[in-house]
Write a protein that binds this ligand. Structure first.
Ligand code: ZN
Length: 142
């Protein structure tokens, strides 16, 4: 989670909403993603999407069933969908997101019968720090 938080800080420094993600294989970081929809002019460039894409590319395969994803914020519906498609084994996330989250809020994607892969989910990891990053970011925007 330390690396994911560092990626979130990098996103904030670049003027993006501070969310960071890392993909791990056997405890080693395979890929990192920092939220960057503005910089990349890509509305799908969420931290999780970038980390999953980079991990799949680095490992040379589309299924990451032996990988874990750590992200500082509860994934949205798009990212939760990508996590299911990638067959991520375990999802660890920091802050809950009642407005945009899709794991424990909103569509609760992994609980839907149309979701064919459910990762093990561990919420609230590094929650205080991840939440503080987001709060500071939005406070500084007002
Ligand atoms: Zn997302």
């Amino acid at each position: 989670m330390r690396a994911a938080l560092a990626a979130a800080e990098a996103a904030a420094a670049a003027g993006e909403v501070p969310v960071g993600a890392v993909v791990l294989l056997n405890g080693s970081i395979v890929a990192t993603g920092a939220n960057a929809p503005r910089a990349l002019r890509d509305p799908t460039a969420h931290a999780e999407m970038l980390a999953i894409r980079a991990a799949a590319h680095a490992l040379g395969r589309d299924r990451l069933e032996d990988c874990d994803l750590w992200v500082t914020l509860e994934p949205c519906a798009m990212c939760a969908g990508a996590i299911a498609h990638a067959r991520i084994a375990r999802l660890y996330y920091g802050a809950s997101d009642p407005k945009g989250g899709a794991v424990e809020h909103g569509p609760r994607l992994f609980g839907q019968p149309t979701c064919h892969h459910r990762p093990e989910v561990y919420p609230g990891i590094g929650e205080a720090e991840a939440g503080a990053l987001l709060r500071d970011f939005f406070r500084s925007r007002r």
